[in-house]
Design a protein around this ligand. Structure first.
Ligand code: ATR
Length: 275
C-alpha cells in the first residue's frame, strides 16, 4: 500500500461527510493520505475492521450503527472512550492492539468553547436525551466544570442511569435526571442530543427553560435551522448552533490522534456550510 489509508465505516455510508472533511484536512496539512468510505454489512462489522487493519490501514472512524460494537471489539480503550460505551475512532496502538477512542465529546466542547466562545465552566447545562450520543459527550462536558448538568429524557430511567454512571466524574457539578416537562427555569446552555427531530418531534420542554441569555446547541445539523433550534429562537434564545461544527471538530480530534497534527477547522466548517 502506498498512501497512509484511513476510512469511515458505517451502514449506510454514502451520505458521510467524513471523506470530504479528512480530504480537506490532508490537503491543508500536506499529509499524504487517502480516506475512503466503507459500508460494512450489518452483521459483519468485525471482519471489516480486522481486514482493514490487516491490509495495513492506519485508522478508522466508526459511525451509525457500529459505534457500540467498535467499543466492544477493541482490545483497549482510551480514558474518554471508557464510559462513553461507544467509539468513533479506532487505531492500532504501539503494541498493535486495537484501540478505541471517542472524539465526539471533545468535538462538541471544542465547537462550543473554541469556535463559539461559550463558557461551560460554571454554566447551568440542560442536556436532552440519554442515548448513545449523549453518553458519548457527558464526560468531556463534566470536565468543563459546569455548575450543574441536568439530563432530561423521555424515558427518565435512562437519564437516571447516566447520572449514576457519571457520578464520580461530576466533581462539584450538581448532576440530576428528569423528564422533559420538569425543568421550568432558564439554563445557560441547552444541548439537544435526542433523535426526536428524525421523527419530526420536539422534546416537550417548558418555554421557561429558554431565557434571554440561553445558548442552544442541536447536535444534529441541517441546511436551515433545525426544528429544535427554530423552537428555541421562537422562545427568545440568545444564540443557536447546529452540530456541523461538532462534526468537523470530532474529525479534527481523530486526525490529531492518528497524525499528531491539528488541522485548522474554521475554513473546513465554512466550506461545508456553503457548498
Ligand atoms: P443515539 O445514538 O442517536 O443517541 P439512541 O441511543 O437510540 O440514539 O438514543 C436516542 C435518544 O433520543 C434517546 O434519548 C431517546 O429517548 P428514549 O431514551 O426515551 O428512547 C430520544 N428520542 C428518540 N425519539 C424521540 C422522540 N420522538 N421524542 C423524544 N425523544 C426521543
Amino acid at each position: 500500500m502506498d498512501k497512509a489509508l484511513y476510512a469511515v465505516v458505517g451502514n449506510p455510508i454514502s451520505h458521510s461527510k467524513s471523506p470530504r472533511i479528512h480530504g480537506l484536512f490532508a490537503k491543508q496539512t500536506g499529509e499524504d493520505l487517502e480516506y475512503i468510505a466503507i459500508q460494512a454489512p450489518i452483521d459483519d462489522f468485525s471482519d471489516v475492521v480486522r481486514d482493514f487493519f490487516e491490509r495495513g490501514g492506519l485508522g478508522l472512524n466508526v459511525t451509525v450503527p457500529f459505534k457500540e460494537e467498535a467499543w466492544k471489539l477493541a482490545d483497549r480503550r482510551t480514558g474518554r472512550a471508557g464510559k462513553a460505551g461507544a467509539a468513533n475512532t479506532l487505531y492500532l496502538d504501539k503494541d498493535r492492539q486495537l484501540t478505541a477512542d471517542n472524539t465526539d465529546g471533545a468535538g462538541l466542547v471544542a465547537d462550543l468553547v473554541d469556535n463559539h466562545g461559550v463558557s461551560l465552566s460554571g454554566a447551568r447545562i440542560l442536556v436532552l436525551g440519554a442515548g448513545g450520543a449523549v453518553r458519548g459527550v457527558l464526560g468531556p462536558l463534566l470536565q468543563q466544570k459546569p455548575a450543574s448538568l441536568t439530563i432530561a429524557n423521555r424515558t427518565v430511567a435512562k437519564a437516571q442511569g447516566l447520572v449514576l454512571l457519571f457520578a464520580e466524574d461530576a466533581g462539584q457539578a450538581a448532576v440530576d435526571a428528569c423528564g422533559f416537562a420538569t425543568p421550568d427555569t432558564p439554563f445557560d446552555v441547552i444541548i439537544n442530543g435526542t433523535s426526536a427531530s428524525l421523527q419530526g418531534d420536539l422534546p416537550p420542554l417548558a418555554p421557561a427553560v429558554v431565557g434571554p441569555g440561553t445558548v442552544v446547541y442541536d447536535m444534529m445539523y441541517s441546511l436551515d435551522a433545525t426544528p429544535f433550534n427554530q423552537w428555541a429562537l421562537e422562545q427568545g434564545a440568545e444564540r443557536v448552533f447546529d452540530g456541523l461544527g461538532m462534526l468537523v471538530e470530532q474529525a479534527a480530534e481523530s486526525f490529531r490522534v492518528w497524525r499528531g497534527l491539528s488541522p485548522d477547522t474554521a475554513p473546513v466548517i465554512e466550506e461545508l456550510r456553503t457548498t
